[in-house]
Design a protein around this ligand. Structure first.
Ligand code: SF4
Length: 329
């Protein structure tokens, strides 16, 4: 059994916060009318995703009738609908809907966790409850060694992640990162921290967070990860969609400085450090450039790697990879 599985078992058996234990169990017992036939989970909700993830998503806490009912992060509620739809479009999730623990959802290169594991009354955990639950997040950060990008959903999750890193001895970044939707902060320990509004109904119903805004967050996360082959065929379409969103954001000038630089230099992040001199052209630029410039005799068939990678026919790349893509020249 992996250490992540052991941690999962420890989390689901935890009863350290009397107030939260009472609330989660009361909600699971009383239920609400539309879920009266459901067997509620009614326990702490462990993290969900790949142990080799390079993208980590940090939320606040499970919803009373979402994660607390289904037993999986962001599953069975409106926030989850928004999050998984965006993850699917960006190529991190195998399907756009997350209904139950047995719905077949697979996360690719992505892990979802939260600062508190039990559903809190009014979605507001107390400071001491954050403190009691933080060791679980810290242990996940220790075990998920490949993480290079962290998306924090909401200011509380943003601060919670930084606090966990500080307690792990990673240090304090200067200047102190300030939460803002879509802002990317390079951290000294080799992680890019991206803030996002939480996809709660409070934000999505009021239009504070829209679907394209959330899509752009994960397109940006994709930008800061080195490319790697995606084997799951279901993911290809979402991957190309994320890249298109990112290009639109770049063209409109709304891309933040760190992301623009990464986009334009094609800088590779490896082992927690960006290596000067190692460059790659941005993926969509390579693809578009090659397609427009020369095409390829092998292109446009179903076995064309560009077709598989980007979900549409394209050309192979036979050009100087250190030169900037044509539309940047
Ligand atoms: S919130 Fe965290 S520490 Fe508190 S009971 Fe739940 S799992 Fe345990």
């Amino acid at each position: 059994m992996s250490r992540l599985n052991v941690l999962e078992q420890t989390i689901t058996a935890c009863r350290h916060c009397p107030r939260l234990v009472a609330h989660r169990e009361q909600v699971a017992h009383v239920k609400i009318r539309r879920f009266r036939d459901c067997d509620y989970w009614g326990r702490p909700v462990p993290g969900f995703g790949s142990s080799r993830a390079r993208l980590l998503i940090v939320g606040l806490a499970p919803a009373a009738h979402g994660g607390n009912r289904t037993g999986r992060m962001f599953t069975g509620d409106r926030s989850g609908d928004w999050l998984y739809r965006a993850l699917h479009r960006a190529g991190f999730a195998s399907q756009p809907h997350s209904i139950s623990r047995t719905d077949g959802m697979r996360l690719h290169d992505c892990y979802i966790t939260a600062t508190v594991r039990c559903a809190p009354p009014g979605n507001k955990p107390l400071p001491e409850e954050f403190n009691r639950c933080r060791p679980f997040l810290m242990e996940e950060l220790r075990l998920l060694r490949r993480v290079r990008v962290v998306v924090a959903l909401g200011k509380i999750a943003f601060e919670g992640y930084l606090k966990a890193c500080r307690e792990l001895g990673y240090g304090r970044p200067h200047p102190r990162p300030a939460f803002g939707h879509g802002t990317a902060h390079p951290l000294p320990w080799g992680v890019m921290l991206i803030g996002s509004y939480h996809p709660s109904q409070q934000n999505t119903f009021t239009g504070r967070l829209t679907a394209p805004m959330l899509d752009a967050i994960f397109a940006k996360a994709r930008l800061h990860l080195p490319p790697q082959p995606i084997k799951n065929k279901k993911i290809h379409h979402g991957y190309s969609e994320a890249i298109r969103i990112l290009m639109r954001e770049r063209e409109s000038g709304s891309l933040d400085a760190a992301s623009r630089e990464a986009f334009e230099t094609g800088r590779i992040w490896r082992d927690g450090a960006s290596r000067a001199g190692e460059t790659r052209p941005a993926m969509p630029a390579v693809h578009e450039d090659a397609r427009l410039e020369q095409g390829c005799a092998r292109a446009r068939g179903p076995n064309c790697h560009a077709t598989q990678e980007y979900g549409r026919p394209g050309g192979h790349v036979e050009r100087d990879r250190t030169a900037p893509p044509r539309f940047l020249r």
